[in-house]
Design a protein around this ligand. Sequence first.
Ligand code: PHE
Length: 363
Amino acid sequence: MVTEKVEIMETLIRDWEGEYVVSRFDRKTGTMMFIAIHSTVLGVPSGGTRLKSYAHPSEALRDAMRLAHGMTQKFAVIDFPRGGAKAVLSVPEDFDPDDREGLMLRYGQWLADLRGVFETGPDLGTSPADMALIARHFSGVFGLPVDAGGAGDSGPDTALGVFCGIQASCEHYFGSADLAGRTVLVQGAGAVGEPLIRLLLEAGCEVKFSDIDPVRVAKVGQELGLQFVEPEAVYREPCDILAPCAGGGILNAETIPQLACHIVAGAANNQLDKPEDGERLCQRNVLYAPDYVINAGGAIFLLTVEGSGWAVTRARERVRKIGDTMKEIYAHSEEHGISPARAAERIAIERLRRGVSAKQWNR
Ligand code: PHE
């Protein structure tokens, strides 16, 4: 059994099309830490740091590698001069919150030891407060709290980009970007899901939500009075738009046949379990907004405001342009008779082949 798992990890690394993986074991907390460097072609490999418990380190490694690939594609599609990478801190199931500070400090020290081969920001399970701890040892970290001179929580800006992407998706699918009266089911009411719900409500949508965390279910249910959908019923719940804003791999051979929506457009990374799931969605006539395009708002916001000193208003205007990028992808997909997932992938590959251009991102 153990050898089997080791073999899985070896195979994962050998078969990966990315550049390299570094890992370190944090003995004090029993945390396996992985940094997957997918591509240095467009610039310094960058990506969020995810903190999560996994059944086995091989799953954490797999997640890091797939997420890193997504970051390469994310930066390539928007022509942003950064490479793709991701870090995963695979904490034990019984991880003690009191150990968090120490873990973040040691992780920050490790990043400093690696001398900037990887730069990072928040992701699922980490916050601006964590980034401030990492920043004590390492300067290549984004998403610091506002009172520490950072841009703060990027959740609302990721949500803004997703919102604009949903408008563009509706324009493509229904012929109108007006969201009033559209039914949207938001899966995960966390750092991105909750601000997205608020934007959708303001636009006149009928919003339903789902979450696996009882605290969030109670909070969102009470504050916003939304209809709650049981997590296991999400895929078959009728709606116009399903907005996945939680974990990855949720669009697969089992869930796609159940879908009762017209559009899937949300913030979660790696929504497609396998590349062929993009084709499966197409065959079911469900319009899929490639995740790494529609969810680029957080990265755009943090890397321009903190990395390049842009004013918040300017960064936000750029985040809104995700809607235009989505339209380009849908147009490319129609023109070439391929799925939006394939269209986005082709655009990313083309940009990587061409190398750094980044005219629009100067200063
Ligand atoms: N983790 C977020 C993402 O996947 C945001 C982020 C990326 C922040 C890279 C900083 C650097 O897009």
